[in-house]
Write a protein that binds this ligand. Structure first.
Ligand code: NAI
Length: 349
């Protein structure tokens, strides 16, 4: 039986990456049936809105989504959702999607690959980012013309929930340490509450080591000694920034997969954005979304297919012959995808 999976190709390089991921799924015979659920610019073209209710309904019904990156306007905007019970406005399209699907955790495993990641080849860390609150709550206001402020909201419920996720993840995937990242020496009440919650939850997991780092020091150690980290749990904004930093250390955002989890729905997407600077050129690195696809297959219980994909990616990167320009090569998205598909066939299940 095939698993129905909602598919949103996204904007910019999104459609190119989604096509690559679908080809690799075919190469490993992943039993998935795609159900199109457009959001973003393609949805505007078809339905006149960015987040059509019909797409959101199907995503919720199927419970599993593969999504390409979406373009969010820089200085204006907000995403509007016309739900049957009223209209809601979210700070951005990605934020809106996560809120509408009730997703609270953004998981970003970032690892290095020999030889393309150089000194960072042995880096292997997992960022667990809370995505429902913090400074991205979208509670902002202007005070006159020369001042503006935003609210950083942290709650016990959301902090405990994300800490629980991080420790459960560590147990399930054989990780040894969970590090809380915060700035509780300045933000005593908000980050202080977050840290306190992580410590409380840590007490229920004696088999997993736990510690904490201030976000500035965490950035330093991530660059200097990434092996010091295993699983990291943090509020929304720090997770957003540190996951891109980690991807940069690994060599490219194009190597960084991601997943979002809620109680009922899971959405899989690359850690990066729509990369408008290279969109349509056929040179985007598809590995980020292909590895996000492997996380999706793990979630569906298709572990064998997921492991084959991961091994194939590792083999192709180890050979370092077919690399896209972000990794210093001159291969196209198609050539790298084909190399991964061939490697999938070689890698015995
Ligand atoms: P970006 O992540 O799209 O790109 C940053 C840099 O990384 C660019 O030079 C880009 O070419 C490169 N890059 C990203 N992915 C790559 C890949 N797979 N292969 C090779 N190079 C890659 O960040 P940017 O330019 O700030 O944002 C572009 C748009 O994406 C914005 O509208 C932003 O709001 C949106 N965005 C969407 C996200 C999502 O849908 N989850 C996440 C982050 C940004």
């Amino acid at each position: 039986m095939k698993h129905p999976v909602a598919l949103a190709a996204g904007d910019g390089i999104g459609p190119e990456l989604v096509e690559a991921c679908q080809e690799v799924f075919q190469a490993v015979g992943a039993p998935v049936e795609w159900v199109e659920t457009p959001v973003g610019r393609s949805a505007v073209a078809r339905f006149g809105e960015e987040l059509p209710w019909s797409s959101l309904e199907t995503m919720k019904e199927l419970g599993v989504v593969l999504k390409g990156p979406l373009i969010a306007e820089r200085l204006s905007g907000g995403a509007i959702v016309r739900a049957p019970n009223g209209t809601r406005v979210h700070p951005s399209i990605n934020n809106g999607l996560r809120r509408e699907l009730d997703l609270y955790c953004n998981l970003r495993p970032v690892r290095g690959f020999a030889p393309v990641s150089g000194w960072y080849s042995s880096m292997d860390l997992v960022i667990v980012r809370e995505v429902t609150e913090d400074i991205y709550s979208g509670i902002e206001r202007s005070i006159g013309e020369d001042c503006a402020e935003a609210v950083k909201r942290i709650t016990r419920q959301a902090s405990r929930r994300i800490a629980q996720f991080a420790f459960e993840y560590a147990v399930r995937y054989g990780r040894r340490r969970v590090t809380a990242v915060h700035k509780a020496n300045v933000l005593h009440k908000t980050d202080g509450l977050f840290l306190q919650c992580v410590r409380e939850v840590a007490a229920s997991y004696p088999g997993i080591a736990s510690d904490d780092r201030m976000v500035d020091a965490a950035s330093y150690y991530m660059v200097k000694d990434p092996a010091a980290f295993d699983v990291l749990v943090m509020p929304n904004q720090y997770g957003d920034i540190l996951s891109d930093l980690a991807a940069g250390l690994a060599g490219s955002l194009g190597l960084a997969p991601g997943a979002n989890f809620g109680e009922k729905t899971a959405m899989f997407e690359a850690a990066h954005g729509a990369a408008p600077d290279i969109a349509g050129k056929g040179i985007a690195n598809p590995i980020s979304l292909i590895l996000s696809g492997a996380l999706l297959l793990d979630h569906l219980g298709e572990r064998e297919a997921a492991d084959r994909i991961r091994l194939a990616v590792e083999l192709v990167l180890a050979e370092a012959r077919v690399l896209t320009p972000d990794l210093g090569g001159s291969a196209t998205t198609r050539q790298l995808t084909q190399a991964i598909c061939l490697a999938c066939e070689k890698v015995a299940a």
